[in-house]
Design a protein. Structure first.
Lengths: 77, 311
C-alpha cells in the first residue's frame, strides 16, 4: 500500500493526493502533525525531522514534495 | 504519437488571473482548458489569511482559490494540473501548446503564468533545503513549534509568514536587506509581538550547521556590524520572478522578464493575452489579477468572434 505523509494545510500534499487519485492509486494518508508515530516513521524514512509531502511504497524508497517524474518512477505509473 | 486537441482558449496558469479568465471564458461557452505546472492558486495557495480581497474580512488563500476553481469548473472550464507544458508556438494560427501528453491547438491563449518564488542566493541553500531552510510556512511551520525561527524578506508574503510563524516560535527574527514593502497593517501586527526582532537593512551572508541549520550570519548595513544568530529554521520569502521562460522565443519580454501588454492585456501577438503578475505593470495585487483575468477573457472572446467572421 502506498503511504503519503502529509499535514492538513500543506498545498503540495493536496496536489500529491490529487495526482495519486487521478492515476487511480490507492494510498494511506498519515498526518504527521496529528500523529507522532507517523512523524517518527517519516523521520526514520527520510532522515529529516519534518518533511511533507513524502510518498513511499515500501518504507524504503520515497519521494519528497510533488515531483511528477519521480512519483511516476516510484509507483511504476 | 501525441493526441491533437482543439480548444477555443487555452489559459496558461491557474492562479487568480488564470482562474478568473477561465470562469469568464466558461460562462461565454468557450471551450476552455487551463494548464498549470505548479500549484493551483499560485502564490496565494500558501497565503494563510488574505485581508485585502473585497467581500471577505479574512479568507484563507487555499479556500478562496478552491471557490474560484469550482466556479470556473461549474461553467465548463477544464483544469489540468498534471500534464506539464513543454513548448508553446504562439505566432501561428491556431497557436500550439505541446504538453508531455498532448498537443493543443488553441485559437486564443491567455498567459497567466504568474511568478516563482526566489531561492535564497547562498551556496549553502541546497545543503540546508528542507533541513532548516524552508519556503512553505503552511507545510513546515509546525516543525518549529517552540523553536527559534527567522524569516527572510520584507514584502507582504514575508511579513504575513512571520506573523503566522509567531504562533510556533519562541523567538522570531525578521531579516530584510532593505526597508519594509509590506502593508502597514501587517507590519504593525508584527512590531506589536514581543517575540519578534526586526532587522532591516540587513543581509544574510551565510548559513551554518552540520546536518541541519543552526546559525545564520547577518551583516547590518547601517552599523557595519556582523552578527551570528542561533536559529532552528529560516523561512524564505525574498520575492518572486516572472514565470516566462516558456515564452522567451515567442514574445518580447521586458527587462524584468515580464510580458509587455497594456490594460487591455493584449500582447504584440494577435490572440495572445497576458494577465496577472506576469504582465508588466506597476500594481500587482490579487484584485488586479482578477481584473486582468476578466479583461483578457472578454477580449479573447471578442477576438474569437472576429476570427470566426473572417473564416
Amino acid at each position: 500500500m502506498v503511504k503519503v505523509y502529509t499535514t492538513a494545510t500543506c498545498p503540495y500534499c493536496a496536489k500529491v493526493k490529487r495526482f495519486l487519485k487521478s492515476k487511480d492509486v490507492e494510498f494511506e494518508e498519515l498526518d504527521i502533525e496529528k500523529d507522532p508515530a507517523a512523524r517518527e516513521a517519516c523521520k526514520k524514512l527520510t532522515g529529516i525531522d519534518w518533511a511533507v509531502p513524502v510518498t513511499t511504497i515500501d518504507n524504503e524508497h520515497y519521494v519528497i514534495d510533488y515531483d511528477k517524474e519521480a512519483l511516476e518512477e516510484l509507483l511504476c505509473l | 504519437m501525441k493526441e491533437r486537441i482543439h480548444k477555443d482558449v487555452v489559459i496558461i496558469g491557474a492562479g487568480m488571473a488564470g482562474l478568473t479568465a477561465a470562469l469568464y471564458c466558461g460562462r461565454m461557452n468557450l471551450d476552455t482548458l487551463v494548464l498549470e505546472n505548479g500549484l493551483i492558486g499560485g502564490q496565494i495557495a500558501n497565503a494563510v489569511a488574505i485581508e485585502n480581497y473585497p467581500g471577505f474580512v479574512s479568507v484563507n488563500g487555499g479556500d478562496l482559490i478552491a471557490t474560484v476553481q469550482k466556479q470556473a469548473e461549474t461553467f465548463g472550464a477544464v483544469i489540468d494540473e498534471f500534464d506539464e507544458i513543454e513548448k508553446v508556438t504562439l505566432k501561428t494560427s491556431p497557436k500550439i501548446i505541446e504538453t508531455q501528453e498532448k498537443i493543443y491547438e488553441a485559437d486564443a491563449v491567455i498567459i497567466a503564468s504568474g511568478m516563482n518564488r526566489r531561492k535564497l542566493p547562498l551556496p549553502e541553500e541546497k545543503k540546508f533545503a528542507g533541513r532548516g531552510v524552508h519556503y512553505c510556512e503552511l507545510c513546515d511551520g509546525h516543525a518549529y513549534d517552540g523553536k527559534v525561527i527567522a524569516v527572510a524578506g520584507g514584502g507582504n508574503a514575508a511579513v504575513d509568514a512571520a506573523n503566522f510563524l509567531t504562533k510556533y516560535a519562541t523567538k522570531l527574527y525578521l531579516i530584510h536587506r532593505s526597508q519594509f514593502r509590506a502593508d502597514e497593517v501587517s507590519q504593525k501586527r508584527l512590531r506589536a509581538n514581543d517575540k519578534v526582532t526586526i532587522m532591516l537593512q540587513t543581509d544574510i551572508k551565510a548559513l551554518r550547521g552540520d546536518k541541519k541549520l543552526k546559525e545564520v550570519e547577518v551583516f547590518d548595513k547601517t552599523t557595519g556590524e556582523t552578527k551570528t544568530l542561533a536559529i532552528d529554521g529560516i523561512f524564505v520569502n525574498i520575492g518572486v520572478e516572472p514565470n516566462t521562460k516558456l515564452f522567451k522565443d515567442e514574445l518580447t519580454l521586458t527587462a524584468s522578464g515580464r510580458i509587455p501588454a497594456s490594460e487591455d492585456c493584449r500582447t504584440e501577438l494577435a490572440g495572445v493575452f497576458a494577465a496577472g503578475d506576469v504582465r508588466e505593470k506597476e500594481v500587482r495585487q490579487l484584485t488586479t489579477a482578477a481584473a486582468d483575468g476578466t479583461t483578457a477573457a472578454l477580449l479573447a472572446e471578442k477576438y474569437l468572434a472576429k476570427l470566426k467572421v473572417a473564416i
